[in-house]
Design a protein around this ligand. Structure first.
Ligand code: GLC
Length: 417
């Protein structure tokens, strides 16, 4: 094991917690013991990928906790709170959960009712490849239900791209890519907070019934990170289904993945900025801010080489994403870019700093397209900032200094670049 592997393993171990559900015990890694003390969906998928390097059984367990909380319609929630003690209950996000009792806001289940980027088939594939006994058969039914839920319930206009109903479903919470869609203009922190909560309040009033939300409201959008990861996940599902001799599932997943790439190219490619752009609302208004979302479709193996080259050219452009410490979450020349999340004294994440999960997606995406040099550069810089500043939630793309929560779970992906 390399030194990086050792510190990754130690951190995932230190952030491990256990919980019980229906008499069964589960173990999982929390993103950060202090800042994020619950189980998050895409964090756990990333943790499982890193766990699979050392301990296939432990990696499988990380995902079993998510499967156990799958809803009847197929959704796997973005946070599982697990604990029901008073302190934890007070922290539970009222606005993100479905109400199960008759009194609104009173009885809350142990999970949110939102999704996060669907990176779970990719994680299952890594765990299966690492040799977790019987895990393919265990995981496949949950995976199939989950991706079928996304295709059936999250694509109201039937164009092949799925929609999120809140920016917090994208995993890139306060990214300025969403500012215009929520009517946020001036840099007032209170306004940003209020405007991001409004769609969640509407969702809550619809009790997170996505059909109702799509019919009644306009705040949903087709997000480029979510859709790129969705397409990549469908390919992984197709390979897993083939391995398990479930040919009908494999065919469905490949066909659906083909549709995702075709729709991204047809509807969301922006030739002028050389990026993919988010499409907001039923009229698909194009986001005008250059953010990391626009590059993530590089994870799709079937992206045409001329498009790959155009997107990747941003990594050599010091005006946009070619930062001293790549890859910033917002292009350096955007007026909304901030190196350390700060907005008039308050902290809003994903408004500039780089994170290891998006770097990891890009490194592997670039390698898949033969852009090894760009991938190696991002990986080397990633290792450098971790060696200097520890395994952190974010880093300043101008000087590489750590930003945000310390001892952060998915930063361990640096060992897997
Ligand atoms: C923040 C991030 C989200 C992550 C969560 C837990 O909300 O934006 O992507 O899953 O923290 O780490």
């Amino acid at each position: 094991m390399t030194r990086l592997d050792e510190s990754a393993r130690a951190l995932l171990e230190a952030n491990t917690q256990t919980a019980e559900l229906d008499g069964k015990r589960f173990r999982f890694t929390v993103p950060s013991v202090r800042a994020y003390p619950f189980q998050w969906f895409w964090d756990s998928c990333f943790h499982a990928i890193v766990w699979s390097r050392f301990d296939a059984e432990r990696a499988a367990d990380e995902l079993r906790g998510l499967f156990a909380n799958q809803e009847p319609d197929g959704l796997i929630p973005h946070v599982v709170f697990w604990k029901g003690d008073l302190v934890s209950r007070l922290q539970w996000h009222h606005l993100e959960s479905r109400t199960t009792g008759r009194i609104p806001f009173y009885r809350r289940p142990h999970t949110t009712a939102q999704m996060q980027p669907p990176v779970i088939a990719q994680a299952v594939e890594r765990v299966v490849d690492a040799g977790a006994a019987g895990f393919l058969e265990d995981a496949l039914p949950y995976l199939e239900r989950y991706y079928r839920y996304l295709a059936a319930f999250r694509d109201p206009d039937g164009d092949g791209l799925i929609s999120i109903v809140s920016q917090f479903e994208s995993g890139l919470d306060f990214s300025p890519v969403y500012d215009a869609s929520i009517g946020f203009r001036r840099a007032r922190p209170a306004a940003l907070l209020a405007r991001t909560r409004l769609p969640q309040l509407r969702n809550k009033l619809a009790n997170y019934d996505v059909d109702t939300i799509f019919r009644r409201f306009r705040h949903h959008q087709e997000d480029m990170l979510v859709n790129a990861v969705y397409g990549q996940g469908l390919r992984a599902l197709a390979r897993l289904a083939t391995q398990a001799e479930r040919d009908a599932v494999a065919r469905w997943a490949s066909r659906t993945a083909d549709d995702v790439t075709a729709a991204l190219l047809e509807r969301a490619w922006d030739e002028r900025s050389k990026l993919f752009v988010n499409l907001a609302g039923p009229d698909e208004r194009r986001a005008a801010v250059k953010t990391i979302h626009g590059l993530i479709p590089l994870v799709l193996p079937d992206l045409p080489p001329e498009i790959v080259d155009r997107v990747a050219s941003h990594l050599d452009d010091p005006q946009t994403f070619g930062a001293p410490y790549p890859v910033p979450s917002v292009a350096l020349d955007e007026p909304t870019f901030v190196r350390d999340h700060r907005l008039n004294g308050f902290r809003f994440i994903w408004r500039g700093p780089l994170s290891m999960n998006t770097n990891w997606l890009l490194v592997h995406g670039l390698r898949g397209h033969g852009h090894d040099e760009a991938a190696d550069r991002i990986a080397a810089r990633s290792r450098e900032v971790v060696e200097r500043g520890g395994l952190n939630e974010f880093y300043d793309p101008l000087d590489g200094r750590p930003v945000g929560a310390e001892r952060f779970g998915w930063a361990t992906l640096v060992a897997d670049m």
